[in-house]
Structure formats: C-alpha cells, structure tokens
Design a protein around this ligand. Structure first.
Ligand SMILES: *Cc1c(COP(=O)(O)O)cnc(C)c1O
Length: 226
C-alpha cells in the first residue's frame, strides 16, 4: 500500500485497509487485531453476528457484501459502514429502518462499472438519474462509491474500471454539489492499481488471511436462524 501510494504521490494515511475476514474464524481476526489492524470486512450478516461478539470490541466492522432487505435491521448496529449499497430500493429500506432504530448509517453506492447484466449495482446512468432521490434520504450518509470489477488475468487490466469509478465520482460531486470522498476499490489481486487510481478504501482478504475454503465460518452452535 505504501509503495503504491508513493508511486502516485499520495500519502498512505489517506488509504484505509479493510481486512476482509469473511469465512475466517475469530481467532484469525484477533491475530490481525494484535498486529495492529482495526477494520474488518464481512459479507454475510449471519456470519458477522456470530463472529463480532467473539472479537474484542476495539475491532471495527464494514459490510462489504450484497445486503438483503431482511438483514438490514441486524446489520445496522454491527457495521460502521455499508459498502455496496446497490439500488434505490435497498437505499430506501435502509433509510426507513435507520429511522426506526435511530441510526445514521454511512454507505457507499455500488456501481456496476463493467455493465455486466448479472452483477449488482447502479449503472452510471442509473445513478445519475436516481442521485436526487438518494440524496433526499435523510438518514443515509452517502460517503462515496464502490465497485467490484470483473476478475482480470492481470491487475493492470482493472485500471480502466477504477478510473471510470473515480471519474463518475468527480462528475457526481460537481453535478449534485455533494462531497463523495470515499472510493472503495481494489482487492488482493489489484489493490495497488486501485490505490494508484485514487482508492481511499481497499478491501483485502486473501492476501492477509490466505485462501478461503469457500465455506462460511460458523461457531459450534449458532443459535441464529437466519
Ligand atoms: C471477498 C471480498 C473481498 C476480498 O477479496 P480478496 O480477493 O480475498 O482480497 C473484497 N471485496 C468484496 C466485496 C468481497 O466480497
């Protein structure tokens, strides 16, 4: 991260590492916490509900997955930021439930930068068309944008997607006169390229915790029914 920041004339302090701990046990999170990492990313609410109480409270949690409507109420008290809010409808649901629970969630809007039909996220045109409605949701602090480009054989091939996200952010800031300081982009394979293109949050799992088994981590007996 420091090398990539230096290459692009940025201070590494501008960039926050989200250590994506999904599928890994709480012991792995505690090791990272002891090594000085404070922010962790999870992509399943039920896994986080079981894991968070087993990790010292100084850890802070970001939700990095696709949030289902019926999980919002559980997610709000666990996570200090929701990356990947991917539709106006979901934004409205979060706003409504935040109103009921007294929360003011920080959110990042997910943009489908590659225009893939099967992916979650706003297309750039959709986001511009719906931005007024999103900004009218009084409970949401919209801090910026997030993207998950399709996997590339080489990291540098993701550069165009990161540039597109940054340029869309710049355009929205001008058009709607709102600050959108955060750009959540870059994962284990391409976070250095994302930093060169302006990422303020990088979401790194495998490079920190090793390969995932693919299975969700579960405590011995969960007690959770969702
Ligand atoms: C799993 C995940 C990551 C981490 O991916 P790695 O390649 O393991 O670094 C980052 N962002 C999101 C949204 C994820 O779901």
């Amino acid at each position: 991260m420091a090398d990539a920041a230096a290459r692009s004339g940025r201070a590494v302090e501008e960039i926050t590492l989200v250590a994506v701990s999904k599928t890994h046990p709480p012991e792995a999170v505690i090791d990272a916490l002891d090594a000085g990492q404070f922010i962790f990313g999870e992509s399943r609410v039920q896994e986080a509900r079981a894991k968070v109480p087993l990790v010292p409270a100084r850890a802070r949690w970001h939700f990095v997955g696709h949030l289902q409507k019926n999980k919002i109420r559980h997610a709000l008290p666990l996570f200090e930021m929701l990356h990947g809010v991917d539709s106006l409808e979901l934004s409205r649901d979060i706003d409504r439930i935040a109103g009921e629970t007294g929360a003011f969630p920080r959110v990042l809007l997910e943009v489908n930068v590659a225009g893939e039909g099967t992916k979650f996220g706003f297309t750039p045109d959709m986001l511009r068309a719906q931005m007024e409605d999103l900004l009218a949701l009084g409970r949401l602090n919209i801090d910026g944008l997030m993207c998950i480009p399709p996997p590339q054989p080489k990291a540098v091939m993701a550069r165009g997607f990161f540039i597109a996200l940054r340029e869309l952010r710049d355009r929205l800031q001008m058009e709607f006169r709102v600050p959108l300081p955060q750009l959540s982009m870059g994962m284990s394979g391409d976070f250095t390229v994302a930093i060169e293109e302006g990422a303020t949050l990088v979401r790194v799992g495998t490079a920190i915790f090793g390969e995932r088994s693919g299975k969700t981590w579960k405590p011995e007996a969960t007690g959770f029914d969702d």
